[in-house]
Write a protein that binds this ligand. Structure first.
Ligand SMILES: [Zn+2]
Length: 483
């Protein structure tokens, strides 16, 4: 990639000369520049020798962003910055007013700039962070309504309609017959959100020989996604698919936006001493879940708390606080139960290829596990601080076996409990893999079609199930007689 030009090289040469001059005159220097390109933003980080005032403003024709740093000199090589995949097409630098540094970013698209300073931490010193957000390309819509988002498939909608009908004293069985025209079963894929931890600015844990958690978990996440996508009835969504940081709340939002059925975050543990080792699996703690319920409730106070069903809306507006809390609690408890069940399956399989750090699924208040309606797990694949595990975590074969274990646990659960509109549910109801002669009625089914599909005369099907007419309901289990 050719980003440099003659005048820029000249300027670079002058700056290199300037760098050789005594630096006592400058309050700060830019020692390094780092760029992270995410789908919805780019983050440019200036590593500074000390804190520096920055003035950031946009200019048009051509579109560019100017970053002025008072009393600062450049001691980094701008040429080495890899701009690929970012909104920045070129970087120019110059000196203003004798001792101020001007950095000009040439932009190939509209951006919304934001900047802030960061104080030193264990990893880095003083930093100036410039974020270029891409309008209209946010990975998620914001704000989200957690309650509305909770209603994701027809079964839940049907449950709500039934609840409402009960409240209104209607008999839901007769009031919700399934008639023509028949709708095909959606046979949708079960969506697994794969979340490699950390990324970009945040390297995660670092092993004794320098292995970074963010790198090995990205590799493992990609392996896991490939396995999921290669399996009929499943589809993977990567929460992070490169070396950039995604906020913790945003990770769960992306999962929701992508209508994930399950969320799994991949990590590698670290400890002060090299001794601890082994894999562990975390679900949300009950206390975390409980306080989170309160938080979701608070956040949804001023939004339209409408649960939109397919053909019957249940408004929570006129229910009291306690009932709303109970409904959310029930959802979160069910979600947590699923998380623990799947976690057990995953842990069981991990235990066949690695020592387990703890013998059962642990529970903690990790933010990424706090979706009220998406079962979620955090897998600590091993201790990167343990030299042996650090070595193994980098091996492709080992990564592969670990991810086989993770997906194996998830797959086993969903084969047993497929979401109603999924391909796996449809296959189960066709009697595949179960060997049963029962059929559970799906949205859009008609009696004649079910009879035809199973090669049974309608009259015989009706008789076997003591049906009078053609009215059937979703969820009803029919006995399929042998013809
Ligand atoms: Zn981690």
């Amino acid at each position: 990639m050719s980003r440099g030009n003659v005048s820029r090289r000249l300027l670079g040469g002058l700056l290199a000369l300037a760098a050789l001059m005594p630096s006592a005159a400058f309050a700060a220097s830019v020692d390094n520049l780092r760029l992270w390109a995410a789908p919805d933003h780019a983050r440019l980080v200036f590593d500074l020798s000390s804190s520096a005032e920055a003035n950031v403003f946009s200019l048009d024709d051509p579109r560019r962003l100017v970053i002025d740093l008072a009393d600062t000199r450049l001691a980094a090589d701008v040429e080495r910055l890899d701009l690929e995949g970012s909104a920045i097409s070129d970087v120019r630098t110059g000196v203003r007013d004798g001792d101020d540094l001007r950095v000009v970013l040439e932009l190939n698209r509209e951006v919304e700039p934001r900047h802030f300073r960061l104080a030193p931490n264990e990893q880095y010193g003083h930093r100036l962070v410039v974020d270029l957000e891409y309008p209209g390309e946010s990975a998620v819509e914001d704000p989200i309504d957690p309650i509305e988002a909770m209603i994701r498939d027809q079964e839940i909608a049907a449950d709500r309609a039934q609840a409402q009908a009960r409240v209104q004293g209607r008999d839901v069985v007769d009031s919700a017959p399934v008639q023509e025209p028949a709708q095909p079963h959606p046979k949708r894929d079960i969506i697994i959100a794969v979340d490699p931890g950390h990324g970009g600015e945040d390297p995660g844990a670092i092993g004794p020989s320098g292995t970074r958690e963010k790198d090995v978990v990205l590799e493992m996440g990609r392996r896991l996604a490939r396995k999921i996508n290669a399996t009929e009835g499943f589809k993977a969504v990567m929460i992070r698919d490169d070396d950039y940081y995604v906020g913790l709340r945003q990770r769960t939002r992306i999962a929701r936006e992508q209508k994930a059925d399950f969320f799994v975050s991949i990590h590698a543990d670290a400890f002060r001493s090299p001794r601890p080792h082994g894999s562990s699996v975390f679900a949300l703690s009950q206390s975390g879940a409980t306080s989170e319920t309160a938080q979701w409730l608070a956040a949804s106070e001023n939004r339209s708390d409408l649960i939109g069903g397919v053909d019957g809306n249940l408004s929570l507006d006129d229910k009291d606080e306690v009932l709303r809390g109970v409904l959310l609690d029930l959802t979160m408890t069910a979600t947590l139960n699923d998380s623990l069940t799947i976690g057990g399956q995953v842990l069981d399989r991990l235990g066949r290829i690695n020592d387990l750090h703890k013998p059962r699924v642990e529970q903690a208040g990790f933010v990424v596990l706090k979706s009220p309606d998406i079962p979620s797990l955090l897998v600590e694949t091993g201790f990167i601080s343990n030299p042996d595990e650090e070595r193994r975590l980098q091996q492709p074969g080992y990564q592969d076996r670990m991810m086989d274990a993770v997906f194996g646990g998830i797959r086993a659960h969903f084969r047993r409990n497929p979401p109603p509109a999924s391909l796996l549910a449809w296959q189960r109801d066709q009697g595949r893999g179960t060997g049963g002669n029962e059929y559970r009625i799906q949205p859009g089914d008609t009696l004649s079609e079910i009879a035809a599909r199973h090669g049974v005369p309608v009259a015989q099907l009706r008789q076997a199930n003591e049906l009078n007419g053609d009215v059937i309901r979703v969820g009803q289990v029919l006995q399929i007689p042998r013809s």
